[in-house]
Design a protein around this ligand. Structure first.
Ligand code: DAH
Length: 329
């Protein structure tokens, strides 16, 4: 056997052993460079080919190619094995135990007042209404005068209305939005407005000094009380499903005729809104001709509706910030 032949066979044996024992992909790469690289051991052995007799060259050259092929194949195979092992190890390390108990994260909730306000406004949006807003600090004109309250109307009394030192007041209802909106727009219109209102009411189980209303109103030619009743019926059905509803004649300075609407709650009638046909004096105050246009309007107490919807018996709970209470919603 030729010396080079022996070297090649030996190199093949040693290299195969080392490749088989390589424990990491990095080690394998180092072996590839050491044996098959440009300056690797195989090249070195082949450097001696020049001194061979011409008759030996083809045989030894073929052997060298075989050694190279065998080592390449071994390297590939070992690489595949090591890669698979690496993935296995990674999978084992990152195993997800889906039966482990979760970690509690505190989450905010929508307050019942905001939730029902959104539902109400959504119903009116569905009926083609436009959303409007008005200021909570208001002048006597928009809160009372333009709404046909006489100068000595009891609602203006200090007992009811919160006045500010500058003569302005905290709006006592969302009806101010009627005046502000109608002055800025021409009929026909259908408008819904939600917001906070303020009164110095005695605070008891069903009244609070700050409360929320939703106002809705429509002005067009030929609107009648029937349109108002139908609108309220559809609205209450969408909000509560089937509930018993009753209309009672009532009085408001800004509507004529006027009514109050009650729903049956826990066996008794609970007043939830006031409504009526917009008084001709109000239409005149905003520059509309009452001979051409009629309108209807209503104001709802949001707290009452939230109480009915969620079976809450004391209005003050809604503002208590008691998480045991609020977390139920
Ligand atoms: N503004 C009235 C209140 O606060 C509620 C109300 C009654 C509004 C009749 C209206 C209405 O628009 O037509 O008690």
């Amino acid at each position: 056997m030729n010396d080079l032949e022996a070297q090649l066979t030996d190199l093949k044996q040693v290299a195969q052993d080392e490749i088989a024992r390589a424990a990491a992909l990095d080690d394998l790469e180092q072996l590839r460079v050491a044996y098959l690289g440009k300056k690797g051991r195989l090249s070195k052995v082949l450097g001696g080919m020049g001194k061979l007799a011409a008759a030996d060259r083809p045989r030894i050259g073929a052997l060298a190619n075989t050694v190279k092929d065998v080592l390449q194949t071994d390297l590939e195979k070992r690489k595949t094995t090591l890669q698979a092992a690496q993935i296995e190890a990674q999978l084992a390390a990152e195993t997800l135990d889906v039966t482990m108990p979760g970690v509690f994260t505190a989450q905010g909730r929508i307050h019942p007042i905001n939730s029902i306000t959104d539902q109400i406004v959504d119903i009116f949006l569905g009926l083609g209404y436009t959303v409007a807003q008005g200021p909570e600090i208001e002048t006597d004109y928009y809160n009372f005068e333009a709404l046909n309250f006489l100068a000595d109307h009891p609602a203006r009394d200090m007992q009811d209305t919160l006045y500010l030192p500058d003569g302005n007041l905290m709006r006592t209802h969302t009806s101010n939005v009627q005046i502000r909106y109608m002055k800025e727009h021409e009929p026909p219109m259908r408008v819904v407005a939600a917001g906070r209102c303020y009164r110095r009411d005695t605070v008891d189980a069903t009244h609070a000094a700050v409360f929320h209303q939703v106002e809705f109103f429509a002005v067009d030619q030929g609107l009648t009380f029937t349109d108002l009743k139908g609108t309220i019926k559809v609205f209450l059905e969408r909000l509560f499903g089937e509930t018993e509803v009753r209309f009672r004649p009532s009085y408001f300075p800004f509507t004529e005729p006027s009514a109050e609407v009650d729903v049956k709650w826990q066996g008794r009638w609970l007043e939830i809104l006031g409504c009526g046909m917009i008084d001709p004096n109000v239409l005149k105050a905003v520059g509309y001709d009452p001979e051409v246009y009629t309108g209807f309007a209503a104001g709802l107490g949001v707290e009452r509706l939230a109480m009915v919807q969620n079976q809450i018996d004391d209005i003050r709970r809604l503002y208590s910030s008691d998480l045991r209470f609020l977390n139920q919603f």
